[in-house]
Design a protein around this ligand. Structure first.
Ligand SMILES: Cc1cc2nc3c(=O)[nH]c(=O)nc-3n(C[C@H](O)[C@H](O)[C@H](O)COP(=O)(O)O)c2cc1C
Length: 384
């Protein structure tokens, strides 16, 4: 019988004190990519909550972000240069103060780098396109540029190790670059990178090599994936393909965990009676842990989610209540904050960026509205 308060040991030896995870979430607190006082304050308030905490997606190449950004002092965090190291080191120290494990998610946002478009800089993707859902065109990487991005993931991994993080999560989910390469909707390349799993596999191997060479033995390596990419008018991939990818990834790279990005923790695909968690669990191998996420807003939901998985992530719930996991573990799950008031936004140390975008009715922040604030008149257009 599993309990949320159980200790969990990963296959490379790291132990966490409970089964609750704080998933990566953009804090909109970066100052041109640098960790700010707002970032540190937010994490100082949350560093004794979940056993495993994952910093938002940090972009690994200069052109890998920023995404979901609408001002220079409200950006996504970056890890593409050594100049980010002092801030990231402070962040790792702040998060680790109470003995919980601090991970960092590394990413390339590819076509989603909206703030680059706003600045009039080219935005890259697997294949050139003018997507109806983006107010700017995106241009294909050359083969050499793809190879450089793979290397950038490795260099970013080295920085994460040097900064003192306990592990890395590779961001293969939520429509960012790894997913863009894996999707037949967005990857129409004719070179070797047109094989859908080539890029995610190359990135995973590069990062794993760096970890093996430079990180402590118990360093945690994870991979996040969206099990399906199904939009009303197109299909990028289904769980049939993504379980195959995970099979390849876990056979070739020694991951400590696989993290499924889900809208609801017990979501099911259209063509199966099983949940995504149940479909992925047998694929990842018995020593690799599974994390699931999606609409866990209460102790009851967290306990229910545990039926399907090893570790349960709660996102918005931990923005709203910085002590979400600790309250549950200490038997005070009935005292969770469930609605955001102006008072609580301050007491829960939301960053000004999060306060600006976070919808008080606990819905997703309105990124779309935010990105409309940007002026794309300088954005580079791509010929059809
Ligand atoms: C404000 C905010 C920022 C997010 N940023 C990231 C991110 O940086 N990386 C990522 O993989 N997912 C990100 N997500 C998705 C969350 O990790 C999580 O999967 C999602 O919120 C669903 O979980 P929940 O229902 O518990 O909130 C973000 C979500 C929110 C609400």
């Amino acid at each position: 019988m599993k309990h949320l308060s159980d200790e969990v040991t990963f296959k490379h030896g790291a132990t966490i004190s409970n089964r609750i995870v704080q998933p990566p979430m953009l804090t909109s607190s970066g100052n041109k990519g640098m960790v700010s006082e707002d970032t540190l304050e937010y994490w100082q308030a949350r560093n004794n909550s979940a056993g495993l905490m994952i910093v938002e997606y940090n972009y690994v190449s200069p052109a890998g972000g920023p995404a979901s950004t609408w001002a220079d002092n409200r950006t996504q965090l970056a890890i593409y240069d050594d100049k980010f190291l002092p801030g990231l080191s402070k962040l790792a120290q702040t998060m680790k103060k109470n003995g919980n494990k601090a991970l960092i998610q590394i990413a390339h946002t590819g076509r989603e780098a909206n703030y680059r478009a706003h600045l009039g800089l080219p935005v890259y993707a697997p294949t050139s396109a003018n997507y109806s859902f983006l107010p700017y065109g995106v241009q294909a990487f050359t083969e050499e540029e793809v190879e450089q991005v793979v290397k950038d993931f490795g260099t970013a991994a080295k920085r994460a190790i040097d900064a003192g993080f306990d592990g890395i999560e590779i961001h293969g989910a939520n429509h960012y670059l790894l997913q863009q390469f894996f999707s037949r909707f967005s990857n129409k390349r004719k070179d070797k990178w047109g094989e859908y799993s080539a890029f995610p596999l190359a990135v995973a191997k590069e990062v794993a090599n760096v970890v093996k060479k430079y990180a402590p033995k118990d360093f945690i390596l994870g991979y996040r994936i969206s099990p399906e990419e199904i939009n009303p008018d197109n299909v990028g991939y289904t769980w049939h393909e993504s379980t195959e990818l995970i099979n390849k990834l876990t056979n070739q790279v020694d991951f400590d965990y696989i993290h499924l990005s889900l809208p609801k923790y017990n979501a099911k695909p259209n063509d199966s009676d099983k949940t995504f968690a149940e479909l992925f669990k047998p694929v990842i191998g018995k020593d690799t842990k599974l994390i699931i996420v999606g609409d866990v807003m209460s102790q009851e939901a967290a306990e229910d989610a545990l039926d399907y998985t090893d570790l349960v992530a709660a996102g918005r719930a931990q923005i709203i209540d910085a002590n979400f996991a600790r309250k549950i573990i200490n038997g005070h799950g009935d005292q969770l904050i469930t609605e955001m008031t102006d008072e609580e936004e301050k007491s829960q140390k939301l960053t000004p960026g999060l306060r600006e975008v976070f919808n008080k009715e606990t819905k997703r922040p309105e990124f779309v509205k935010m990105s409309r604030k940007l002026d794309y008149s300088k954005a580079i257009k791509i010929d059809d």
